[in-house]
Design a binder for this molecule. Structure first.
Ligand code: NAP
Length: 335
């Protein structure tokens, strides 16, 4: 009988996350009880938000714990269970975590239609793609000709936000941490401008890249980039607060930037946080539109692949340091 290989949270990070916060273990194979199915993991996503879970700052994730499998969205194949809606052989999206096998109630699964690449359910059709879609379109409410700024722009959520904004005929400015990423956003994904926030003259370059100001800021980072964006916002602008990645990998997050609430008042800016789960009833509608964009070549998907469970901790530490371009996934099907 095969074993289940798992990556457990061994200790909670003090300061920055490190590989030593995890341990790889072999556990007995889980078994599906009545109403459950056993899923073999094909791949899972490494996402920035799960660092907030380890920090205790993600309300939906609850208090951080050790000795449990690291949480993540995955895709896999049903390999056992007796459920006609989720038969053996079906590909599903599930919260597999960082492990080779997991057991799920069928109410926790999403069927991946035949003919669709399961890996798309970690990126554009998964949580991050839906976050980009609803955060921009429902919260940001971009209009033709407006300027949309997005931070962590070369990451999983960010690279899709910018392209969806281009589809809505906006002027798009990305902010990210390297010149290579900036170049890719412009030449491969059609962003109008991209600015490296690590450069000393960031604020000045941002100003020059947004000559008409910013109407919608999609904030993945908080911190200094949010502080800079506030000063570029136009009257009546919208800030969609998606996440705070600049403040996750630390035990002492900084306070919010200057300008709140003064600039919000003076410029009548609407600043709204959201959690993608709020839009769960509309996921399938969004997925049909996103699939059309992918099939027509209007939405390019950047995926950054790592092989094998044992590579996951380093892949996560590296993502928080900006090592990824697009959606970082760990593939177990290539082992
Ligand atoms: N609200 C929701 O429902 C929801 C759902 C999903 C995700 N999210 C949020 O979406 C955001 C992006 O998540 P993701 O999974 O797509 O991650 P990601 O953007 O693929 O990866 C994180 C990126 O953050 C950037 N970064 C790291 N430290 C930074 C710092 N100090 N300042 C600025 N940028 C920094 C790095 O790129 P650089 O090279 O550019 O630094 C890194 O590549 C996160 O804030 C996450 O919490 C929210």
């Amino acid at each position: 009988m095969s074993k289940n290989t798992q990556v457990l949270i061994d200790s909670l990070p003090e300061g920055k996350l490190s590989e030593s916060n995890y341990k790889l273990v072999e556990s007995p194979m889980p078994e599906a009880s009545e109403g459950e199915v056993l899923v073999k993991t094909i791949a899972f996503a490494i996402t920035a938000g799960t660092r907030a879970g380890l920090q205790g700052s993600a309300s939906y994730a609850g208090a951080p714990q050790t000795g449990i499998v690291m949480n993540s969205l995955g895709v896999g194949e049903v390999i056992a269970g007796d459920n006609s809606s989720f038969p053996v052989g079906m590909k599903v999206q599930a919260r597999t975590g960082w492990q080779s096998y997991s057991v799920h109630k069928t109410s926790e699964l999403t069927e991946i239609p035949e003919g669709t690449d399961p890996l798309h359910y970690l990126g554009p059709l998964g949580i991050n793609g839906l976050t980009a879609y609803f955060g921009l379109l429902e919260v940001g409410q971009p209009k033709t000709g407006e300027t949309v700024m997005v931070s962590a722009a070369a990451g999983s959520v960010g690279h899709m936000v910018g392209q969806i904004a281009k589809l809505k005929e906006c002027n798009v400015v990305g902010v990210c941490g390297t010149d290579v990423k900036c170049e890719k956003l412009i030449s491969d994904l059609g962003f109008d401008a991209a600015v490296n926030y690590k450069e000393a003259n960031f604020r000045q370059t941002l100003k020059e890249s947004t000559p008409n100001g910013v109407d919608v800021y999609f904030d993945n980072t908080g911190g200094m980039i949010l502080g800079s964006a506030l000063f570029r916002m136009n009257t009546g602008g919208r800030i969609a607060c998606c996440g705070v990645v600049s403040q996750y990998d630390t035990s002492s997050p900084e306070p919010g930037p200057k300008g709140i609430p003064g600039l919000l008042v003076n410029k009548r800016i609407q600043m709204q946080g959201f959690i993608v789960f709020d839009f769960a009833s509309e996921y399938e509608t969004a997925r049909s539109e996103i699939i059309k964009w992918i099939d027509s070549g209007k939405l390019k998907i950047l995926t950054d692949e790592v092989k094998g469970l044992e590579a996951a901790p380093t892949a996560f530490v590296d993502l928080l340091a900006g090592g990824n371009i697009g959606t970082r996934i760990v593939r177990l099907d290539l082992e």
